[in-house]
Design a protein around this ligand. Structure first.
Ligand code: SF4
Ligand code: FES
Length: 225
């Protein structure tokens, strides 16, 4: 978990309305960079939005002022009911074991950013994690999984191998699929359900911003379906 966040930084899910983001969290576009075969390789930072102490991000997908909420959610009678599990990640995840590292995987959180596919698919590579080159690949791929569906663990230390993030929000832009992806929440920012229940604080999660996820408030890849 990351401990650098502003003490008051959080994201409040509102009932059938936007995400209210507090604590002056930076917001920028994060474009998925792909190769000629359409494989996801990395992120490129796009537009950076001016800093604001608090702002409301659209989660219904209908705002005329995206990424911010303009109140349209009331007109379209957005149903933002949160259906995601409140169980901690590790209770939801399945494990693929390898010689030096293991992989945990909570499939319901997949945001369909496809970093796990290149070089033979991460699940198939886990059996070769006694090879340092393969370890580099699986650590890179799991670390680029924006939703935190995938986490690689060092079997010697028993600790997750996590990228270090400045607490910040990214708007994922999936140019390959020509769609807007989810809101990428990085660096251990608390997300609080509309009923006041906090979700597990994680280093990376993705929040739905098209309004169509069946696992609200988290992204389930529906934007790319
Ligand atoms: S969100 Fe993670 S698990 Fe889903 S496709 Fe992307 S990299 Fe793979
Ligand atoms: S959540 Fe308010 S306009 Fe989309």
């Amino acid at each position: 978990m990351n401990t650098d966040q502003a003490p008051d930084a959080n994201i409040q899910v509102t009932k059938d309305g936007p995400y209210v983001v507090s604590g002056g969290l930076p917001l920028s576009e994060q474009h998925i960079v792909t190769n000629a075969e359409g494989e996801s390789l990395d992120y490129r930072e796009g537009k950076k939005f001016p800093a604001q102490p608090q702002y409301a991000l659209c989660r219904c997908g209908h705002s005329g002022h995206k990424p911010f909420c303009d109140g349209t959610h009331s007109k379209v009678k957005f149903d933002g009911t949160e259906t995601a599990s409140r169980e901690p990640y590790l209770k939801q995840a399945e494990t693929t074991d390898g010689p030096a590292e293991s992989l945990t995987d909570a499939e319901s959180l997949c945001a369909f950013a496809r970093f796990c596919d290149p070089k033979g698919r991460i699940w198939n590579l886990m059996g070769q994690t006694d090879d340092p080159e393969i370890r580099k690949i699986v650590e890179f791929e799991a670390g680029h999984c924006p939703s935190g569906r995938l986490v690689v663990w060092d079997k010697k230390t028993g600790k997750p191998i996590e990228p270090k993030f400045q607490p910040s929000l990214g708007l994922i832009e999936d140019t390959e699929k020509k769609v807007r992806g989810p809101i990428w929440v990085r660096g251990g920012i608390p997300v609080i359900a509309a009923d006041g229940t906090p979700y597990e604080v994680r280093n990376r999660v993705t929040l739905c911003r098209c309004g169509r996820s069946n696992n609200k408030p988290f992204c389930d890849g529906s934007h790319a379906a």
